[in-house]
Design a protein around this ligand. Sequence first.
Ligand SMILES: C[S@@+](CC[C@H](N)C(=O)[O-])C[C@H]1O[C@@H](n2cnc3c(N)ncnc32)[C@H](O)[C@@H]1O
Length: 224
Amino acid sequence: MSRQGLSLTEAQLDGLVGYLELLQQWQRHLNLTGLRDLEQLIDVLILESLDFLQGAFLSGAKRVLDLGTGAGVPGLPLAICQPQLEMTLLDRSQKKMIFVRRVISRLQLSHCRTEIDSAEGLSRRLQLAPPMPDGRFDAVVTRGVGTVSHLLSLAGPLLRPGGVLLLRKPRQTPELEAAAPVLASGGWADVQTVCLQPMGQSPGHAGVSWALLAIVKPATEPSR
Ligand SMILES: C[S@@+](CC[C@H](N)C(=O)[O-])C[C@H]1O[C@@H](n2cnc3c(N)ncnc32)[C@H](O)[C@@H]1O
């Protein structure tokens, strides 16, 4: 774990190992990931998830949403290593969420909850029957789900004012330029970029430099 400068407790390391073991067991029944090699599983599912801690954007966050979590990435490794976070794992795939629920139950991650729904569906539910207090999130983390523009439109209604959207993207992604009109019209703050250490193991990603993008939602918004 020296790559991220993180120091993890034995219990947290056990949790990460337990997650990978469950993933390998369930992989036989559900096609959860295309990755087979243990080294790749560690690099892509664990270390790339922990990249979301770079820049300390989550340090002030409590309620975090993993949008399109799939097999639990990045939300489960983050929740295992940062148990102070209240992590909600969202995916519209029931099959994947059955696995995520099993991990939560087996690893006793009582600070995690799940939503089998689309991001759009969860937004609608929060708007129609807003819980008291505000049920929106301090941070949305997401990986492998869509373009920056698309993610701004999905995450915007789910974030509280001043909340942050965190994305892991190639450093020179053209998606940022394409998202400029959405960023400007939504009054989003400038994109902060943290360059990530090269991984070298991700299949198809050789030679690509990656960055964590942090985009803060405006602190004020039109009345809902
Ligand atoms: C390529 S997978 C990535 C999964 C995981 N985040 C990862 O990095 O391995 C994309 C996932 O996002 C989910 N997804 C895509 N659009 C979504 C939406 N609008 N609402 C909820 N889930 C969505 C899909 O069901 C799928 O499981």
